[in-house]
Design a protein around this ligand. Structure first.
Ligand code: G6P
Ligand code: MN
Length: 449
């Protein structure tokens, strides 16, 4: 099996390669091609992977290229993990919105719309190139905003593109641990859009164990989502929301905390990563040093994840048990294995919903448990969402459709519509100012006229 990683110089690549190194099964990936536009980042990442592979027999071979068609030719799987506009772009997405008094965040609200408007044209072009150069390859999309970008790529690739995220699996695992249930044994009844979903139940041998957790305030407030949302609100919902819903349910508090922070998350990561890439790219680095620098940077990044949200919620520091990664790389590997070896697996993925989640249409990409095998990922039937959740999902899907439309038409008016329809943008006048601010800040949005 051959795997191509688009955004191959990206910071999370060693997570994926580490997972591949641990895979000894037949039909595993033997060749990884890293594609990136930035040769410096590519070289730094190649060093980290060399350090990871040291002493591992039969480690997958790694090649690096800046030529997209060369990267795609003959590949079986494409992981797309690009960041259009880089972390500078992310910082600007956050800043412009916060300065106008609305949430500035990577994937949620105005910031996510700006990021989507920059990314969709690039994702569509990649999808066309894959269709032409590697028509039989499966595309696993990590690129955010993951649901929207997956839907954009599906216009060309249909069900051969599958979006992934680590947050539903991380949430499911945290709930299972609290309930004393092995995650592999549990059916996690989760549905929504990417970064906008709810766990409504956790069934073990047919029995829903979630009510047991909802009844126990102490247990509820002992984990990340419990501390963010508070036991009372989780009980009112009768479900455990994805942590990203903190931006909706506590919008005022999160906006204020983000405005008061000394740096946005994007600006923090931009500085942190600049230091890492400089260090990992230094000439004459001894073996192991690039990996050590990466690992240090990763630990600091994870420990500070959503720090302002936790502060706004009075949630305190992250616990070690909450720090465990949701396993973004494990989801990717499990998905690839199920497809490549026809080993049936159940995974929460972003796929076209086939009309299973009312009132969304069949082409709308949703985040939902899927059965995966060699024929791809099939969403399972789910219970309907309650009105409040269906309403949010429908509003945000309408925004995503407006983004897809604006990216195709290149019309500023369409872009204004996308911002104005978002539940976290409280005025059409603000939507207009957001479009002005973002087009001024981002060269990647100069196509909007
Ligand atoms: C989670 C989400 C990703 C998101 C990331 C941001 O892993 O699932 O979609 O990109 O958090 O983390 P960061 O460290 O970049 O703020
Ligand atoms: Mn995600």
């Amino acid at each position: 099996m051959r795997l191509t990683i688009l955004g191959g110089g990206g910071f999370r690549v060693p997570l994926v390669y580490g997972a591949l190194l641990g895979d000894r099964a037949q039909g595993r990936v033997r060749h990884v091609t890293l594609y990136d536009e930035d040769p410096g980042r590519l070289a730094a990442m190649a060093r980290v992977l060399t350090d990871q592979a040291a002493g591992v027999p039969d480690a997958p071979a790694v090649t690096a290229t800046g030529d997209l068609d060369e990267a795609l030719r003959g590949t079986d799987f494409v992981f797309s993990a690009i960041r259009v506009g880089g972390l500078d772009g992310r910082a600007a997405d956050e800043r412009v919105a916060l300065d106008l008094g609305v949430l500035g965040q990577e994937t949620v609200g105005a910031g996510g719309i700006a990021y989507g408007l920059r990314t969709v044209p690039v994702a569509r072009e990649i999808a066309r190139r894959v269709a032409r150069t590697a028509p039989d390859a499966w595309v696993i999309n990590f690129t955010n905003p993951a649901g929207l970008v997956t839907e954009a790529m599906a216009e060309e690739l249909g069900d051969r593109v599958i979006g992934i995220c680590d947050s539903p699996v991380g949430l499911g695992r945290r709930i299972a641990r609290l309930l004393g249930v092995r995650p592999e044994e549990a059916w996690i009844d989760y549905v929504g859009l990417n970064h906008l979903g709810w766990v409504r139940g956790l069934r073990v041998r047919g029995r829903d164990e979630l009510p047991r957790l909802l009844a126990d305030a102490a247990a509820l407030e002992s984990f990340e989502e419990g501390r963010l949302f508070g036991a009372d609100w989780l009980r009112a919902l009768g479900a455990i929301p994805n942590e990203y819903l903190h931006y909706y349910y506590f919008n005022r508090e999160t906006v204020r905390a983000y405005q008061e922070a000394k740096q946005t998350r994007g600006a923090f990561l931009r500085d942190q990563q600049a230091a890492f890439y400089a260090e990992a790219g230094r000439p004459g680095l001894p073996p192991g040093a690039a990996l050590a620098a990466w690992d240090r940077t990763r630990a600091e990044r994870e420990a500070t994840y959503m720090a302002e949200n936790r502060e706004a919620a009075g949630a305190g520091e992250r616990e070690a048990s909450d720090l465990e990664s949701g396993g973004y790389e494990r989801v990717a590997l499990a998905l690839m294995r199920a497809i490549a070896r026809d080993e049936r697996a159940t995974l929460i993925l972003n796929v076209r919903g086939r009309g299973l989640l009312a009132p969304l249409d069949a082409d709308a990409v949703i985040e939902v448990p899927c059965l995966v095998d060699a024929s791809g990922a099939r969403p399972v039937a789910v219970d309907p969402l309650p009105y409040h959740a269906a309403g949010l999902v429908t509003s945000v899907k309408a925004v995503e459709r407006a983004v897809l439309e604006a990216a195709a038409s290149g019309s500023r008016a369409d872009a204004v519509t996308a911002f104005a329809l978002h539940p976290l943008v409280d005025s059409v006048a603000v939507a207009r100012r957001l479009v002005e601010g973002y087009t001024a800040a981002h060269p990647g949005l100069s196509y909007l006229r």
